[in-house]
Design a protein around this ligand. Structure first.
Ligand SMILES: Cc1cc2nc3c(=O)[nH]c(=O)nc-3n(C[C@H](O)[C@H](O)[C@H](O)COP(=O)(O)OP(=O)(O)OC[C@H]3O[C@@H](n4cnc5c(N)ncnc54)[C@H](O)[C@@H]3O)c2cc1C
Length: 509
């Protein structure tokens, strides 16, 4: 798309600043309700917090201890919605909580799990149950000292790809999606926002919009202050870093562990990308949040906690990858970073007068989770509805996301179908494509019949054909976009393999 195409002769209804999960989700919802939408992302889609999560679509068992019943109920219900709408990217995951009586008594855990089973709409996910862990598959990889545990269900997600499919659907409903496009300034002028955008080559463009949504995650306050400098106020967002380590898989079963620590925190150990386990997270308040990195203290903390539970101790040299993200939490005044609310808050302001056209509303989002992005988008659109009298009603609850229209919602059946349609292609490649693209794998594969038809093979189930698709259809520009966000192929690849991808991208873009 060229810069000129941004020069809409008429204003956009809505400018969404920020292409993380919340911005992409709002752009999708708004476009589907008939608004003309521009989504501007300064970097790549999911370049920030939305690729650095623990990758769970979950109610958040531990939030019950902080009485976050609204958030937990909404999140629990969203699990089923996302499992139905994006079954290629979201899948059920069983969690085992090994019992540590001195940390939380069994009755307390049972009450928590009873609430977890019942306060959200649960249709397909099974209820919780207690298990004996002696000689049980539920104790795979655990120290034999654990005799008792609890099993409950949540789900996991490919977080960065969930952002991409929301942007794809926004585009399918008419939104313009601009990556590498930073909003550098905006002012209200005669009831409209006049907004300056700067693209990667430094070129600037002015666009007009009737409303703005500030969905910039950790930058929400910074952007808010820059949009209306006369009203600066303190606080509102707390930045809490969370880090993960990735190690060789600690057991062969499909379930995850939720481990309790004496500091009242919990840490997850989650099967990740077939060969690995993902362990996280930490809670470290930070003031600088542009390029978060894990500290050695955090690595030690995670290893020590995991080793208190695992049969085979992990060492520093087992850590093959790490990542850190910064939670943009709404400042509710809590002193303990783990206790700050994970719920979201929407702040709306507009020109004085009754809400309606010409009031140039600005809606800023504080906090939130990946799990709740769709509901957050509905709430955001409800806030904006008075300014757009003709806006259509909510629609995303039963709408499949791109690639998510798997026959019967069954990812294994879809994989089998791909194997039937492409008998000349290797099964691991087809499985990887089915997981990444769902039914859109057909677009990636086209009429390919053999591996040779897919062009250069970069290893880790990534081919030139798929990269071309990601560039053409999914806004991929850099090697990192492909290796770490549109796919996670970077993880098993050697540096030389990654360099080959970078070379190929440089030649193609
Ligand atoms: C360690 C960790 C673990 C987590 N685990 C989970 C989990 O398991 N499950 C869950 O549900 N949630 C989880 N979360 C929470 C979840 O990841 C976040 O709430 C969510 O990703 C925030 O998304 P966002 O779109 O608001 O922000 P972001 O993803 O940060 O997106 C904001 C975007 O705005 C862009 N931007 C900033 N300024 C500008 C500008 N001027 N112009 C244009 N673009 C701009 C940025 O480049 C960025 O891409 C976790 C968070 C962390 C940090």
């Amino acid at each position: 798309m060229h810069a000129e195409s941004l020069m809409n002769s008429s204003p956009y209804d809505l400018l969404v600043i920020g292409g993380g999960i919340n911005g992409a989700g709002i752009a999708r919802d708004a476009a589907g309700r008939g608004l003309s939408v521009l989504l501007a992302e300064a970097d790549d889609l999911a370049a920030a917090t939305s690729q650095w999560s623990t990758k769970l679509i979950h109610g958040g068992l531990r939030y019950l201890e902080y009485y976050e019943f609204r958030l937990v109920a909404e999140s629990l219900a969203e699990r089923e919605v996302l499992l139905a709408n994006a079954p290629h990217l979201v899948e059920p995951l069983a969690f085992v909580l090994p019992h540590e009586p001195h940390l939380r008594p069994a009755w307390m855990i049972r009450i928590g799990l009873f609430l977890y089973d019942h306060i959200g709409r649960r249709k397909t996910l099974p209820g919780s149950f207690g298990v004996g862990l002696a000689d049980s598959r539920w104790a795979a990889g655990l120290s034999p000292r654990f005799r008792k545990g609890f099993v409950y269900a949540d789900a996991r997600v490919d977080d960065a790809r969930l952002v991409v499919v929301n942007a794809l659907d926004a585009q399918a409903h008419g939104a313009q999606v601009r990556v590498r496009t930073r909003v550098t300034g905006a002012r209200r002028d005669e009831g409209l926002w006049q907004v300056t955008l700067r693209s990667a080559d430094g070129a600037t463009t002015e666009v007009a919009a009737r409303a703005i949504v500030n969905a910039t995650g950790p930058w929400v306050k910074e952007v808010l202050d820059s949009l209306r400098p006369e009203q600066r106020n303190e606080g509102q967002v707390r930045h809490v870093k969370g880090s993960h380590i990735v190690v060789p898989r600690v057991h062969d079963e499909a379930h995850a562990y939720i481990l309790q620590n004496a500091d009242n925190r919990i840490v997850f150990v989650i099967p990740y990308q077939e060969r690995y386990s993902l362990i996280g997270t930490t809670d470290v308040p930070v003031s600088a949040f542009d390029h978060p990195h894990i500290d050695e203290d955090e690595i030690s903390y995670l290893l020590k906690l995991a080793n208190a539970y695992l049969a085979r101790p992990l060492t520093r040299s087992d850590v093959v990858w790490t990542y850190s993200g910064v939670r943009p939490l709404y400042d509710d005044g809590a002193t303990d970073p783990s206790a700050i609310t994970r719920d979201y808050v929407l702040k709306l302001e507009a020109l004085p007068g009754a809400p309606g056209p010409g009031r140039a509303p600005l809606l800023s989002l504080f906090g939130g989770k990946i799990t709740t992005y769709r509901k957050l988008a509905e709430h955001a659109l409800a806030e904006l509805a008075p300014f757009f009298p003709g806006m259509k009603p909510a629609w995303t609850m039963h709408a499949a996301l791109p690639g998510g229209d798997l026959p019967g919602g069954d990812r294994n059946a879809w994989f089998a179908e791909l194997c039937r349609r492409y008998p000349g292609l290797p099964a691991p490649l087809l499985r990887a494509l089915a997981q990444r693209h769902g039914t859109r794998a057909l677009r990636v594969l086209g009429d390919a019949r053999t591996v040779a038809d897919l062009g250069q093979d970069f290893g880790a189930q990534l081919t030139a054909h798929e990269i071309d698709y990601l560039i053409a259809e999914e806004w991929a520009v850099s090697a990192a976009d492909v290796l770490w966000r549109r796919t996670k192929c970077g993880l098993p690849m050697s540096e030389a393999q990654q360099a080959e991808v970078a070379d190929y991208m440089a030649r193609r873009t």
